[in-house]
Write a protein that binds this ligand. Structure first.
Ligand SMILES: C[S@@+](CC[C@H](N)C(=O)[O-])C[C@H]1O[C@@H](n2cnc3c(N)ncnc32)[C@H](O)[C@@H]1O
Length: 218
């Protein structure tokens, strides 16, 4: 953990180290879970360089995209302009641990809203649920545990790659922490899926990610 660093400073420094940090593509879970929805108002929490927000706007969503990093937001806004969707996205600088964008949304999405700095993720996600309009959707995509295998096929728990000491809950744990009234919400998807990628040290890392998709009924 980087408890000693201010979150905004941490993320601005990280984004400043490279011209582009993430792939620029929307997250696969977002594409999978949102493609069938009728576009309306969307809120993207921890939007980073804007891959998800730009994809949503390209499908007709009116997006409020929030991040703590001014560097990431400026980069995302430039890309949105190049892609021709600038008019559909409001980029807002917020430390979600302290304040939250106003309004009600047909889709609230939080994709990999994790941070090695102080981040009250559970509280933010509960607030995210409150921002979903009746009839709307809450989508939470996150990292779970990770492991790697040695040449003998033996499995080793992984820590590191920026995720050491982070709380990486299962979808069931995320759902419980939201503490939602059953009568008001329906669970549409609660699943884990494995993603394999090559870590900086060359090891094949098997990461369990998870998707939680909820419909607000009333
Ligand atoms: C792992 S990245 C994910 C970015 C993007 N959602 C994606 O999937 O590519 C986490 C993002 O959350 C943002 N973030 C971290 N702490 C935050 C906070 N307290 N308030 C708002 N955004 C925050 C970071 O700046 C970063 O862009």
């Amino acid at each position: 953990m980087h408890d000693d660093v201010m979150p905004a400073e941490f993320w601005d420094t990280l984004y400043s180290e490279r011209d582009q940090y993430w792939t620029g593509e929307p997250n696969a879970s977002l594409v999978r879970e949102v493609s069938d929805l009728v576009p309306g108002r969307a809120l993207d929490l921890g939007c980073g360089e804007g891959g998800d927000a730009i994809w949503l706007a390209g499908r007709g969503w009116r997006v409020t995209a929030v991040d703590i990093s001014q560097v990431a937001l400026e980069r995302a806004a430039r890309r949105a302009a190049e892609t021709g969707v600038a008019d559909l996205i409001d980029w807002e600088l917020h430390d979600l641990g302290h304040d939250f964008p106003a309004g009600e949304f047909d889709l609230v999405t939080a994709a990999f809203l994790h941070s090695p700095t102080d981040l009250p993720r559970e509280r933010i996600l509960r607030r995210a649920a409150e921002a979903v309009a009746p009839g709307g959707t809450l989508l939470i995509v996150g990292h779970g545990a990770a492991h790697w295998q040695d040449e003998q096929g033996e499995r080793h728990e992984h820590s590191g790659a920026g995720h050491a000491d982070l709380a990486l809950p299962t979808p069931g744990e995320v759902l419980r922490s939201l503490d939602l009234p059953d009568a008001q919400w329906k669970v549409l998807v609660s699943e884990e899926y494995e993603q394999i990628h090559t870590a900086q040290d060359g090891r094949q890392l098997h990461r369990t990610n998870n998707t939680l998709k909820l419909a607000r009924i009333t």
